[in-house]
Design a protein around this ligand. Structure first.
Ligand code: NDP
Length: 419
């Protein structure tokens, strides 16, 4: 029996699990379940003697619904926190539905094989109708809404940093600072340096697929698509300094466009150094970012998965990464008939994260909100039957928890805007 089953035991999960273990009054029994059980056992061993929570481990293939159902029937948890990969979102949601268990994740569904004909047909229809070509979108998970409502269980989507904290910042700004928000610029700055010429700070496959795709933003009720890295701006980030940032498609734009009434434009920018961009372009040009199988010496391999085995494991970057992240949102809109702008952001120090939990700041800034989302669902604070994005709930308890569990935020009035 477990209060919560946490699926995945990578960079983000390791932070979330350690944070849950510190909060044993809510997470009294934690089952860590993943594909490679040795990673789960190693984390359990690290936690033993430091927590009052009872920790167990299990091996599960989260692509297999029957295996997941068997695990949930055995553990009978209140909730499942999905920190595996976006490929597993739907199978885990299916298992939660079958067992009447609440569901929380940090990333929206993405197909692993983008050449699969059935998926491809649905994708191409969506590209035409919605007007953006990213491989990931919320339609797959939003389609579960009625089934979750009928089952009386909650699915909380996107409880990481972006999506997640940036979405909660938006709900908080709307609740406390604006009558109407017209523009949101989400700025994701990683000022960290790990000393490698090229490495990704979360799962390489997911990261490279996201970054090498077309950019897009929401304007006046529709998507505007750009070429990858076509729109570049410079911004002077508090505690980090001046950085180049590029417009990307990002999943919270899709849900915020639905959930923030009166919104006129939403853009997402992420900082990248020149070395990262040059390496990525080269890998793309030679076919190493391909997600479909190719035959090599008589067996099939997927180039991007092979590349992942060559790159540094993001979880290993912790000891060598120095510097800070600064992630937040600039809002412009009106309050009492007057135009105003507000910037809400968090600054997180890679080395402080490493000292606290042995991880770098990207895993930390995702793992902490994942724990907070799970805690709010399990305590009943954020509990409604259906499928919800985080900005659909009252932001205040989440914002308080960010301050309490390691991600304090700052509100700056009249910030420098991005043109
Ligand atoms: P990692 O690759 O470090 O970890 C993924 C974990 O999932 C690994 O333990 C892996 O097992 C496990 N896993 C993969 N496939 C399966 C499967 N079929 N069955 C069971 N377990 C499986 O990724 P990260 O920790 O960097 O990222 C985790 C999630 O967080 C991703 O969905 C990512 O998109 C999301 N994310 C969200 C962010 C946000 O701000 N919202 C930011 C960063 C990440 P194994 O050890 O065997 O490989």
């Amino acid at each position: 029996m477990a209060e919560i089953v946490i699926i995945g035991c990578g960079g983000v999960a390791s932070v979330a699990i350690q944070k849950c273990a510190k909060k044993a009054d809510v997470f009294s029994e934690i089952c860590i379940a993943s594909r490679t059980i040795s990673k789960c056992d190693a984390l359990k061993e690290k936690l033993e003697g430091t927590t009052e929570a009872k920790i167990t481990t299990a091996k599960v293939d989260a692509d297999n619904v029957e295996e997941l159902i068997a695990l949930l029937k055995k553990e009978k948890p209140k909730a499942v926190l999905n920190l595996a990969l976006p490929y597993q979102d739907l199978t885990i949601m299916d298992a939660c539905l079958a067992c009447g268990v609440d569901y929380i994740d940090t990333a929206n569904y993405e197909a692993e094989d983008t050449e699969d004909p059935e998926w491809r047909a649905a994708y191409e229809k969506r590209c035409k109708e919605a007007g953006f070509t990213a491989y990931f979108d919320y339609s797959w998970q939003w389609a579960y809404r009625e089934r979750f409502e009928k089952a009386g269980i909650t699915a909380l989507l996107g409880s990481g940093f972006d999506p997640g904290v940036t979405s909660v910042f938006s709900a908080y700004a709307l609740k406390h600072y604006f009558d109407e928000i017209h523009r949101i610029d989400i700025l994701d700055c990683n000022g960290g340096d790990h000393g490698y010429p090229f490495a990704t700070n979360f799962n390489p496959e997911i990261n490279l697929r996201e970054v090498s795709a077309n950019g897009s933003y929401w304007e006046n009720g529709h998507w505007v698509e750009t070429k990858p890295m076509e729109i570049k701006r410079e911004y002077d980030f508090a505690q980090v300094g001046k950085k180049d940032m590029y417009l990307l498609h990002h999943e919270e734009i899709e849900s915020l466009a639905k959930n923030i009434p009166g919104i006129q434009r939403i853009r997402f920018f992420m900082t990248f150094g020149q070395s990262y961009l040059t390496h990525m372009k080269c890998l793309e040009n030679v076919g190493m970012l391909r997600t479909d199988p190719v035959v090599f010496e008589g067996r099939e391999i997927v180039p991007i998965q092979f590349l992942k085995t060559l790159l540094p494991d993001p979880a290993s970057l912790g000891p060598r990464t120095v510097g800070k992240t600064n992630i937040g949102c600039i809002f412009t809109g009106v309050k009492d008939g007057k135009e105003k702008s507000v910037y809400i952001y968090n600054v997180c120090d890679h080395q402080e994260c490493y000292r606290e939990l042995g991880s770098q700041a990207i895993s930390y800034t995702t793992g902490v909100p994942a724990m907070i989302g799970a805690m709010l669902v399990m305590k009943g604070t954020w509990k409604r039957a259906g499928v919800f994005n985080v900005e659909e709930f009252d932001p205040d308890p989440f914002m308080e928890a960010l301050n309490e569990y390691g991600l304090p935020w700052v509100v700056e009035e009249n910030p420098v805007l991005v043109d």
